[in-house]
Design a protein around this ligand. Structure first.
Ligand code: ZN
Length: 505
């Protein structure tokens, strides 16, 4: 009988360090809360000695962590790293220090340049130090970096690990830091370690996806005795990423293993993570890709239709509802529907929406559905136009005009104060932003997109302006507006953005 898997998430550390623009504290907190909702049992939140920012994030997330979640900080086998990590996580209900060192022949010869015996001594000293700095209820994880490359010296590595366990490490993590070989080679090595170490030591795997086999390697390692599975949301991580948590969870679920995660949160979590990381989901991505449920050939469609009523579909590896993806039949939003239903329905119309906006809008939609019953697509579009494209607040746009080639006049009201400002600008968007700056409202536009909303029955086509602003320490916000005039849509989007960034109390 296999033990229940322990999902240890590394999105906030391995995933985050590989982002083009790493997350700030507020963004990390959003992902952290999503991970808690998803039900992961362990979260590696950062590398405190990497930067002051990382230290603060680890410290903050440790404070807000629930009692049943392990919060872990990474540290090299270096005293300052370990002390910083201990300091940063000391307020976590279940603190862990994760320390690591390479033991592969290539690393020994060219990177560390010390014999394995000396490396082992450094590891033992580090594990003892980490253990001594943690409270009774804390624990230490040790990783053999590049374990997948220890094919030739595996026996020596195992001997070193026995001593590291004696020094106080209770989780031994075996990373396939670079995926070079077939999964079975790695799985055999995992099994060998599992057999050699005491029963109460948790064996963990951490697989990178260089050859696209990380999910397979992780799943098979579980059956070889690795109960801690290090995975990331959307497979984020260095190079081709880390093991994708959703794929591992569903593969194990399909194999009859009880999964301690809220699987129906997967789709929503994936969409939000993609938006926040600015890493789009590939349309062919398993489970969460746009095409993952599409059947195009006649033979496939026939098989799907004939097995639709069965729990096991002819061409269906999983039930979409299992991961929180609505079925294709659901076109109505009920008071029981979630953000993903809203997201799917609106994205099937010209009125596109992001997951963050869907989360915001779903609160209003639920209230509306409780009052008037199921909401049709038209009802949702109405709500979208009101709540997303026309945000009421302290900023009220009165007029915006072009005076001459590069001068613009903006008049608006803010908390009953009237502003009438003329400013220069290379085009109306810059003119409007410069006028606001003169009035004391500095906003940073980081992305701008223009879309056409195709003419609906009897109506004209309209312009949609989508703007992304830097919301200081609160990450970014998306604002949009629709108008028959592009210029008006732009200025209106700026004002919607202002009302989002400075919400009225
Ligand atoms: Zn890694």
């Amino acid at each position: 009988m296999n033990k229940q898997p322990f999902f240890y998430d590394i999105t906030l550390r391995d995933g985050n360090q590989a982002l083009k623009k790493p997350w700030n504290l507020q963004e990390k907190e959003i992902i952290f809360n999503k991970l808690i909702e998803l039900g992961v049992q362990g979260i590696e939140v950062g590398f405190p000695n990497a930067s002051e920012l990382d230290f603060e994030a680890v410290e903050h997330l440790s404070k807000i962590a629930p009692n049943n979640v392990v919060v872990s900080a990474l540290a090299r086998c270096v005293e300052t790293d370990i002390r910083k990590a201990a300091d940063a996580i000391k307020q976590a209900p279940k603190p862990r220090i994760h320390t690591f060192m390479a033991m592969n022949p290539l690393g020994i010869e060219y990177v560390i340049k010390k014999p394995l015996n000396e490396i082992k001594d450094i590891c033992i000293k580090s594990v003892k130090l980490a253990k001594s700095l943690l409270p009774e209820y804390g624990d230490v994880e040790f990783s053999v970096e590049h374990f997948g490359d220890c094919v030739e010296n595996i026996n020596d590595v195992i001997e070193a690990l026995k001593e590291i366990v004696n020094a106080g490490a209770t989780t031994i993590n075996l990373p396939n830091t670079v995926e070079r070989f077939r999964p079975q080679t790695f799985v055999n090595m995992v099994q060998k370690v599992k057999m050699a170490l005491p029963e109460n030591v948790t064996i963990s795997v951490h697989c990178h996806n260089d050859l696209g086999m990380a999910t397979a390697t992780t799943v098979e390692s579980y059956f070889a005795g690795a109960t801690q599975l290090e995975c990331s949301l959307n497979g984020l991580g260095e190079r081709s990423g880390n093991t994708n948590m959703y794929e591992v969870a569903i593969a194990l679920h399909n194999s009859g293993i009880e999964i301690p995660l809220n699987l129906s949160n997967i789709y929503e979590t994936a969409l939000l993570t993609s938006e926040m990381a600015n890493v789009p989901i590939w349309e062919k991505a398993p489970l969460i890709g746009y095409d993952a449920l599409a059947h195009r050939s006649g033979i496939h469609q026939d098989g799907v239709a004939k097995t639709k009523h069965l729990s096991k579909g002819a061409y269906r590896a999983f039930n979409p509802e299992l991961i929180g993806r609505g079925t294709d039949e659901s076109f109505e939003f009920t008071s029981q529907s979630g953000k993903t239903a809203l997201y799917e329905i609106l994205n099937g119309t010209p009125y596109k929406i992001t997951m963050q906006e869907a989360i915001y809008l779903s609160k209003f939609a639920k209230t509306e559905a409780e009052k008037i019953g199921n909401l049709s697509t038209e009802c949702l579009i109405d709500l979208y136009l009101k709540k997303i494209c026309d945000i009421q607040g302290d900023f009220v746009l009165e007029d915006f005009r072009k005076i001459d080639s590069d001068r613009f006049n903006l008049s608006f009201e803010y908390k009953n104060e009237e502003f009438d400002i003329t400013a220069k600008g290379n085009g109306p968007i810059e003119g409007c932003i410069n006028a606001l700056k003169k009035a004391g409202f500095d906003i940073k536009l980081i992305n701008y997109e223009q879309k056409t909303i195709e003419a609906q029955k009897g109506e004209e086509a309209e312009a949609m302006s989508i703007m992304q602003f830097d919301n200081n320490s609160n990450g970014t916000i998306t604002a949009r507006a629709i108008n028959s005039s592009t210029a008006e849509a732009n200025v209106k989007a700026i004002f919607n953005g202002l009302n989002l960034m400075y919400p009225a109390n």
